[in-house]
Design a protein around this ligand. Structure first.
Ligand code: ZN
Length: 165
């Protein structure tokens, strides 16, 4: 490795990605060769600054995703799993529970649609309409009145999380 590419001195124990410029006093990226605010030369060259950054970055595994153009380390990758049901409840959004009842409702709707076909026999259509209506109502009641109420015992808006809005 060429001598000139080695960093002169890097305090790798200092976790900061930013530094106060010695000339203007404003905060700037620590491993960029020029101060962002006044152009003061913090490092002899961009290569030296880059080498210093790499030495600093390799000193700690938590710095692996850091960019030398940032002022702060990126936040650690958190758990990206989102509980949409809990989130919706928090925001006061009503979402329907996961349910098989919509299929029952569709089956009922199928019979109701068949009843709408002008068959010659009126009784047949009434039977179809009754069967369809019962299945349809069973689905609606099961979905909206039973499962939904079980999942959301009270849809009254919660007091927490509302004060600051
Ligand atoms: Zn400056």
């Amino acid at each position: 490795m060429a001598v000139a590419r080695k960093p002169r001195y890097v305090d790798v124990t200092n976790p900061s990605l930013s530094v106060d410029c010695p000339r203007c006093g404003l905060r700037t990226a620590r491993f960029v060769d020029h101060c962002r605010n006044c152009g003061y030369k913090l490092w002899p060259s961009s290569e030296v600054a880059s080498a210093a950054f790499q030495a600093w970055r390799d000193a700690d595994s938590s710095r692996a995703t850091a960019s030398r153009f940032d002022l702060e380390l990126p936040p650690p990758p958190g758990d990206l799993t989102i509980d949409y049901a809990a989130r919706a409840h928090e925001l006061g959004i009503h979402i329907f529970p996961n349910s098989n009842y919509p299929f029952v409702i569709c089956a009922g709707a199928l019979f109701l649609a068949l009843a709408a076909i002008p068959f010659p026999s009126g009784t047949f259509r009434i039977v179809l309409a009754v069967i369809g209506g019962l299945i349809f109502l069973y689905g609606v009641v099961g979905w909206v009145l039973v499962e939904d109420v079980r999942m959301f015992p009270s849809d009254a808006p919660e007091s927490h999380g509302e004060a600051h809005r």
